[in-house]
Design a protein around this ligand. Sequence first.
Ligand code: ATP
Ligand code: MG
Length: 183
Amino acid sequence: MHFTRLRLQGFKSFVDPTELVIAPGLTGVVGPNGCGKSNLLEALRWVMGETSAKAMRGGDMEDVIFAGASTRPARSYAEVAIRIDNADRTAPAEFNHADDLEISRRITRDAGSAYRLNGKELRARDVKMLFADASTGAHSPALVRQGRISELINAKPKARRAILEEAAGIGGLYQRRHEAELK
Ligand code: ATP
Ligand code: MG
């Protein structure tokens, strides 16, 4: 399973529909200050189920919607979609029905977020489970944001353990156990 494309529309500074190809291997994002590098990484986190507005550098989750500029009106919604190549069929069983998976998340002003998998609506917790099993996700140690390295160095053992568990791909197991206990 690997990411192949990231699509954004109305998300932060990416007001117009934008599509990026994610090639295999390491991807670097370069550009001048303020061009939207961090916004791109945040889009990736967001579509994987991030629930913290603070992690998106906002006060409210709706702050991810393009807020308008002197020449352009604000948007009413933001949408991000991530395409996954699942030709090796390594997605968790519940999601392993196609060679290409596209997860999208849309937030509409006053109406909250909705997720889709290949066009069909699904729950936020399913999205989180999918990415937790794939040892990635909104809090993945593979996504290293600014300031994170010093946080890791100073982290307490318990917090470090959570990072290692996420990297090992067992985060999804905890979530399943939690759901099973609720039933
Ligand atoms: P640096 O190199 O300084 O880290 P960067 O490339 O990471 O910069 P970002 O922080 O991703 O830049 O982008 C910042 C830009 O995004 C700012 O111009 C800010 O106004 C714009 N921006 C953020 N949220 C929104 C929004 N909701 N609507 C419109 N523009 C937004
Ligand atoms: Mg930045």
